[in-house]
Design a protein around this ligand. Structure first.
Ligand SMILES: Nc1nc2c(ncn2[C@@H]2O[C@H](COP(=O)(O)OP(=O)(O)OP(=O)(O)O)[C@@H](O)[C@H]2O)c(=O)[nH]1
Ligand SMILES: [Mg+2]
Length: 457
């Protein structure tokens, strides 16, 4: 890492504000000599951590005027010398300022390079750096709160506490390896089994929270599935509050997937309308139906839509059960399915399968829509409480892998396999968990994470 730091503190610059016109446009500069280069551009000395009103020049002429803010390292976002040049928010002006900086030795930053440097210099850990991108990309208030909590360290603190527990266990287990004859007794005396059990409980709890954090962060995908003409597209329109999907009384209207982003109870939702499920000889429709089933399998929640007026017939009901079973078989989270009985204005819910939660609605009159929204929230495990932190799929996989290894350590202990086996499992668990905050990071992982950032962050 030290070699990286030495290589990477060259001077980088980028426009930090969004493209287009605005009252203010900010160009950021970070790295060795940022203060000097900026002072040349402003043709006056800058003052540490003070806003200086100034003109900006290139070698020939005046470019703009505004404020220059200088944060000498290490007390800056990146930990290096950082300057923010706040000029007028126009693309031509800002590019001229960038050019002037590049003429004086800076280069254009890669996406995420400022945050990557903050990570490299210990200003943020990896989960916090990811939260910077997640906070910027958040699409609901709840998502932004969760990302901010992660940025402030809520998630990292919990992970670090568990990592510390594992480290402490490792110390005791590794000590026992030196006494192969008595190692089992030593481990018993040191109450390692109890500590492992506690760690498993802690990991399971954080896994559950991380799942919520992942859902709120990346958005919850909800698929509308069901037989033709039951009103899936009408429901999508009713929930979205716009005529996004084509609705007709001809069965088989929807052919392809239609995705709409909306917010329900503060949760970012991606709602997907699909082709009605039926036997079809039409090539295009067949592809649409296959996509519908795949979407249901992939979604965090499947809304299986049926129509109240057709449910009275026993046949429709048995088909419905068959289709639900089909989806449950292909779904990785088979419990997350909610039966939505639409067209409540035409009849009551009847002949419903008993083992599945259901809601009655009318896309036409709007009746039951609020209940449906609540049911969607509850089905993905959200009540009114705030999500404690935002997380990513990467974190969830790591927590799961860590759990597997800690459980393996517990098993090695109960089977009296010897301290070195327990130590080995705990070592792998410890290493893997460290990848969340970045105490252990394969280089390609860093490249992947930071390349997803916007430029200037
Ligand atoms: N009475 C009544 N009619 C509805 C309701 N919802 C939808 N419809 C009607 O049912 C018909 C089918 O609606 P769609 O939304 O196109 O149904 P779909 O499930 O998307 O159908 P496919 O795309 O063919 O799979 C249309 O004529 C709608 O106006 C409802 O709540 N009550
Ligand atoms: Mg449709």
């Amino acid at each position: 890492m030290e070699a990286n730091q030495a290589l990477n503190n060259d001077l980088i610059c980028a426009i930090a504000t969004p493209p287009g016109q605005g009252g203010v446009g900010i160009v950021r500069l970070s790295g060795k000599g940022a203060g000097e280069v900026a002072a040349q551009l402003c043709a006056k000395p800058l003052q540490s951590r003070t806003a200086v009103y100034t003109d900006f020049f290139d070698a020939q002429e005046l470019l703009d005027n505004g404020l220059a803010l200088w944060f000498p390292g290490p007390n800056s976002f990146t930990g290096e010398d950082v300057v923010e040049l706040q000029g007028h928010g126009g693309p031509v002006i800002q590019h001229r300022i960038l050019n002037a900086l590049c003429q004086r030795g800076a280069r254009l930053a890669r996406p995420g390079e400022f945050s990557e440097r903050a990570f490299m210099n210990g200003k943020l850990d990896l989960a916090q750096a990811e939260a910077v991108a997640d906070l910027i990309a958040s699409s609901s208030i709840a998502a932004s709160k969760a990302a901010l909590n992660t940025l402030k360290g809520a998630f990292s603190e919990m992970i670090s506490a568990i990592a510390l527990d594992i480290a402490n266990m490792r110390v005791r287990v590794e000590a026992a390896i030196d006494f192969p004859e008595e190692d089992i007794e030593i481990l018993q005396e040191a109450k390692v089994a109890e500590d492992i059990a506690r760690t498993v409980t802690a990991l399971e709890a954080i896994l559950e929270q991380a799942n919520q954090g992942r859902l709120i962060n990346s958005g919850i995908s909800v698929a509308l599935i069901g037989q033709p003409n039951v009103g899936k597209s009408s429901l999508l329109n009713a929930l979205a509050g716009e005529e996004a999907a084509i609705v007709t009384n001809i069965p088989g209207t929807t052919r392809d997937l239609l995705k709409i982003d909306l917010v329900i109870g503060g949760l970012p939702i991606r709602l997907v309308d699909t082709a009605g499920l039926r036997e079809s000889s039409d090539e295009v429709e067949k592809i649409g139906i296959a996509r519908a089933i795949a979407q249901a399998a992939e979604a965090d929640l499947t809304l299986y839509v049926a129509a109240a007026d057709t449910l009275e017939e026993g046949l429709a009901s048995s088909e419905l059960v068959g289709n639900i079973e089909l989806i449950q078989e292909s779904d990785s989270q088979p419990n997350n399915i909610l039966l939505v009985v639409n067209k409540s204005d035409l009849g009551a819910m009847r002949n419903l399968p008993k083992d599945i939660a259901s809601v009655s609605v009318s896309a036409k009159t709007g009746e039951g829509l609020d209940l449906l929204k609540k049911a969607i929230q509850e089905s993905v495990g959200f009540g009114q409480e705030n999500v404690p932190f935002a997380a990513r799929q990467r974190h969830i996989q790591i927590i799961k892998d860590t759990l597997v290894k800690v459980n393996a350590a517990a098993q090695a202990l109960t089977q009296n396999q010897g301290a070195e086996f327990v130590a080995e499992e705990l070592y792998i668990a410890h290493q893997r968990l460290g990848e969340i905050t970045g105490t252990v990071t394969p280089d390609d992982l860093l490249g992947k994470i930071f390349s997803e950032f916007c430029i200037g962050k």
